[in-house]
Design a protein around this ligand. Sequence first.
Ligand SMILES: Nc1nc2c(c(=O)[nH]1)N[C@H]1C(S)=C(S)[C@@H](COP(=O)(O)O)O[C@H]1N2
Ligand SMILES: [Mo]
Length: 199
Amino acid sequence: MEKDNRLPPGQYHTERFPVLHRGPIPEFNPATWEFRVWGAVEQPLTLSWHQLMALPRVRVKLDLHCVTKWSKLDTNLEGISVKWLIEQGLVKPKPGANFVMQHGANGYTTNLPLAVILQENFLLATHYDGRPLSPEHGAPLRGVIGAIPESEPMKDLYLWKGAKWLRSLEFMTEDQLGFWEANGYHNEGDVWVEQRISS
Ligand SMILES: Nc1nc2c(c(=O)[nH]1)N[C@H]1C(S)=C(S)[C@@H](COP(=O)(O)O)O[C@H]1N2
Ligand SMILES: [Mo]
């Protein structure tokens, strides 16, 4: 596909990787760090840093689209697939658990339908460009969503829909608004139809 066709309406290309967040970059201590999956699941899951790093990782190339209008194409990301966690039985959503809240550091949250979390373009990312994520981009773990060019149709959402410094995933039977969604951003955030702010 032509790179131009990969640029959603209202977006411009950047080669840089801008850094955007609220609050300070948290400290990461691998000895005490834990990732949790909780809420509407049969059994809460807690993984230490070492347990998380022992899981298989997938690699995807994503076009990242920020609601502030920069787009970075062909980012190489690597991390854990939530679909894989569920297929392995490590996470068993309860019936009706159709929504997931990502909880990041500093109280940052963002909500997504489980169906989106299970897409190939959503990742619990640990690596960018073959190296561990840098602290400013969310180390050691972040949710990330982007577009996979020439893939089968799936929802491509703005980058705020991935929480940096991800601490937990909360499965929910009802949708709840995350930080930006409660502050005027669109609940869905589809990049192709410019769902930037809620109407
Ligand atoms: N924990 C946390 N995650 C966050 C944010 C934040 O403020 N805190 N900002 C979001 C927004 S609005 C964007 S655009 C992306 C920016 O990711 P980047 O800094 O790696 O480009 O992170 C998202 N995830
Ligand atoms: Mo953003």
